[in-house]
Design a protein around this ligand. Structure first.
Ligand code: HEC
Ligand code: HEC
Length: 313
């Protein structure tokens, strides 16, 4: 008996030493690096591309990267849960050293798809990836990044380096990985097909599903409909004060948006106006960049997906 206890003690000791060694390694190594591929790409900066890119970026990038003065120089993201550390977005102005002025179009495209910087450093999930955005929409965003929009004028303002916590580093070692670079073209949907257009916006372009499913931890970014509680709400999101604002159930269940007319839905999505006249809270933001046709497409698409019973408080 004593012998067995002794051996258990020794084994436990070894396990503890290994665990401490692993923790020290993860803590010192930080966020892992991978091999970043070089993508040959030249995006034409046409007025059409810039206008569409700006429209999409206003719903997808600006909120996180804009400093108080509106310049896209990065800032502390107060709505990232504290457990992940102190996280700052980056300067993405056209400044050659402090911004992305020296990046190639291919490097930007590769980062937005996979989450890898040109040096192979991986960007944890607090910088989203865009695996299902159509090739042409992504190129339009890059054209906008290259444009003479005042918010992108070269600025040497720098947000501090992020300080990811041990938890973030640990999760990046075991769970969070770069996304695969798509092996075939991703096309825009047929805009005459309302349901297809809506699905593209919900799953791909704006990724409404990410906030509106059960939890970021159980979402499936490559196959959104396989996310737990797809569009059924309840994801415990944070506002700028760090208080929880759960996302709404946007399936056509009685506990969701079953009673919404198309116009009430447009008012909610585009202007954050709730049916009872109150305003939807951050992090839901007005999506004025979407056309009525697009929001009607979202409405039509949400009608086709399974209803989820989930009364969000
Ligand atoms: C939810 C907030 C959020 C959104 C939305 C977001 N970003 Fe970021 N982005 C970040 C954070 C945070 C980092 C820095 C992460 C770090 O410190 O590791 C970052 C980093 C980057 C970088 C790397 C810069 C560098 O110097 O390494 C680029 C480029 C970038 N973002 C562009 C974009 C574009 C373009 C969009 C829209 C299509 C976008 N981001 C949307 C939060 C966001
Ligand atoms: C950053 C996270 C986030 C994104 C992205 C997002 N939402 Fe929301 N949405 C929320 C939150 C949080 C609420 C609840 C706000 C409240 O309770 O005041 C909400 C509320 C709503 C409501 C109101 C439902 C009700 O019960 O009144 C609708 C409709 C909606 N969102 C649709 C969308 C659509 C469509 C998209 C994509 C175009 C989208 N949302 C993108 C976070 C988000």
């Amino acid at each position: 008996m004593k012998k067995i206890l002794k051996w258990i003690g020794i084994i436990l000791g070894i396990v503890l030493i290994l665990a401490a060694g692993g923790a020290a390694f993860i803590s010192i190594r930080g966020i892992p690096k991978y091999e970043a591929k070089n993508i040959e790409m030249k995006v034409d900066v046409t007025p059409e591309r810039v206008a569409n890119g700006q429209r999409i970026a206003s719903m997808l990038c600006i909120q996180c990267h804009a400093a108080d003065d509106g310049a896209l120089t990065g800032k502390l993201l107060k709505d990232v849960p504290k457990e992940f550390g102190a996280i700052y977005s980056k300067n993405i102005t056209s400044h050659k050293e402090k911004g992305i002025g020296n990046w190639t179009d291919g490097q930007l495209y590769y980062l937005l798809r996979t989450g890898l910087r040109p040096n192979g450093q991986y960007l944890p999930p607090y910088m989203p990836k865009f695996p299902l955005v159509a090739d042409e929409d992504l190129k339009d965003i890059i054209a906008w990044l290259r444009s003479d929009s005042p918010a992108l004028a070269p600025s040497d303002q720098e947000a501090p380096e992020s300080e990811p916590s041990f938890l973030t580093k640990f999760l990046c070692a075991v769970a969070f990985k770069p996304l695969p670079f798509p092996d075939k073209p991703i096309m825009r949907p047929d805009t005459n097909d309302a349901v297809a257009l809506g699905k593209y916006i919900v799953d791909g372009q704006i990724a409404c599903f990410a906030c509106h499913s059960k939890d970021f931890k159980t979402m499936n970014v490559l196959e959104p409909t396989k996310s737990e509680g797809y569009c059924g709400g309840g994801n415990p999101l944070l506002n700028m004060e760090g208080a929880v604002v759960p996302s709404a159930n946007i399936t056509f269940d009685e506990t969701g948006i079953a009673g919404y007319t198309e116009q009430q839905f447009i008012d909610a999505v585009k202007y954050c106006k709730k049916r009872d006249g109150t305003i939807l809270r951050y992090p839901m933001v007005p999506h004025t960049g979407l056309t009525d046709t697009e929001v009607k497409g979202i409405y039509a698409y949400l009608k086709t997906i399974p209803h989820i019973k989930n009364k969000v408080q």
